[in-house]
Ligand binder design. Structure first.
Ligand code: AMP
Ligand code: MG
Length: 397
């Protein structure tokens, strides 16, 4: 049985980047940029007013109050080409280009309109006050977004602000989900006395949806070789195939053999983690196959620890697990053995991460305890006891 660290390395080293595609900027959220984006012009493209007010020559305001002649109004998107002379001003809106001759903007609050297009300016101001300079935000030709950047709201705005309609991004993998188990019934249907509802399928589907990837949901295959084989062939068409259940050591845990007969090369089967030990990982050409143990906590844990980082790497992101250190807030006992992932509440208090294992957690089917947590605390399998105050690591979600 391999360690978690070895398993993680093997999975990540098999995850490859899938290539590049062009997307409309407004569809690129959640993707990783596959190109540098350069500014095609300065931002702002001209000296502009930062306020609604009057564009003036500051030298005219050496003595205030001063009376200036107003030459009209520049709306946003408008221009005043003629230029402003000594003793004149012009009404200007935020974002409009400053006309020739002017060097500052008086806020409308410090002015008073009088008859005959006269404006009384009540306060003096410094040269360049309330002016944004050409190129002060972005210089033409500079890289505004680097290749490898995750596209979020601000990045959509920046790319659009440079005039781009499309951007190159790294493709994301497609994923198929198949549930096994003759006892498993889809929610919404009637249960027999020995049935349970499918919780892994909907959970995996929603987690994949949240990563914005294309999914193929294959339902429940049951535990007969024929049905399973047919469904597995379907699943192997996606870049990533997630098979829930059927990878343990029971008489009906058929998945590893079926996968083998469908041409899947086993990379590992069983990892020294608790829960999730029976996890299977294999490849078929460039496709990656995960067999996840059916207990929902195991499924969730394997998704967080192995599947999500794999998807992220294939999508062009830096692959890794974000592990934080914190302090255990109560004594903790366990049976030594595998690396233990314990649902816990991790809370930042005065700059310290305080870790409270969830009370009453009783193993890999206990999703209710996981729902009260926001992290898995990671406890080395060598320990049987950890004292309150010990340093522990956590993976949060
Ligand atoms: P298995 O990995 O197939 O041995 O299943 C381990 C345990 O998880 C059994 O108690 C199953 O009934 C349960 N289980 C398997 N698949 C699912 C599923 N899709 N949703 C909820 N529980 C499941
Ligand atoms: Mg089963």
């Amino acid at each position: 049985m391999i360690s978690f660290e070895e398993a993680f390395k093997k999975v990540i080293s098999n995850a490859r980047i899938l290539g590049i595609k062009q997307l409309s900027v407004d569809k690129a959220l959640g993707y990783i940029l596959a190109e540098d984006i350069k500014a095609e012009r300065d931002m702002p493209p001209f000296n502009k007013s930062a306020m609604d007010g009057y564009a003036v020559r500051s030298a005219d305001l050496d003595l205030v109050p001063a009376r200036l002649k107003c030459r009209g109004i520049i709306k946003a998107g408008g221009q005043f080409r003629k230029g402003i002379k000594k003793g004149e001003c012009i009404k200007i809106m935020t974002g409009s280009p400053l006309p020739k001759g002017t060097d500052s903007v008086v806020m409308v609050e410090y002015t008073k309109k009088e008859n005959n297009n006269r404006v009384k300016i009540l306060r003096a101001l410094k040269k360049y006050e309330n002016v944004c300079f050409k190129g002060e935000d972005v210089q033409r030709g500079s890289v505004v977004l680097k290749k490898g950047t995750l596209v979020r709201g601000p990045e959509v705005a920046i790319a659009s602000g440079t005039g781009r309609k499309k951007v190159k991004v790294f493709k994301k993998p497609s994923a198929a989900i198949l549930n096994t188990g003759d006892e498993i019934i889809e929610p919404g249907n009637k249960l027999g006395p020995a049935n349970i509802y499918n919780s892994n399928g909907p959970m995996l589907l929603s987690l994949l949806n949240a990563l914005g990837i294309e999914t193929n949901y294959l339902g429940i295959a049951g535990d007969t070789k024929e049905k399973l084989k047919k469904a597995v062939r379907q699943g192997l068409k996606s870049d990533i195939f997630l098979l829930s259940g059927g990878v343990s050591a029971g008489d009906y845990d058929l998945a590893p053999d079926i996968l083998k007969s469908c041409g899947v090369k086993r990379v590992f089967h069983k990892v020294s983690i608790k829960p999730g030990k029976p996890v299977f990982f294999g490849t078929k050409q460039d496709r990656l196959i995960f067999g996840v143990p059916g207990n929902p906590v195991s499924t969730y844990l394997v998704f967080l620890l192995l599947i999500k980082p794999t998807i992220e790497k294939m999508s062009g992101r830096q692959a890794g697990l974000f592990i934080r250190r914190g302090r255990l807030m109560q004594d903790f006992k366990q049976r030594p053995g595998r690396k233990h992932f314990v649902p816990a509440k991790a809370v930042d208090k005065a700059g310290k991460l305080c870790v409270f294992p969830v009370k009453g957690y009783h193993g890999s089917a206990d999703m209710a305890s996981v729902s009260r947590a926001n992290a898995f605390m990671i406890i080395d399998g060598r320990f049987s006891f950890l004292k309150k105050g010990s340093r522990v690591e956590v993976v949060e979600w």
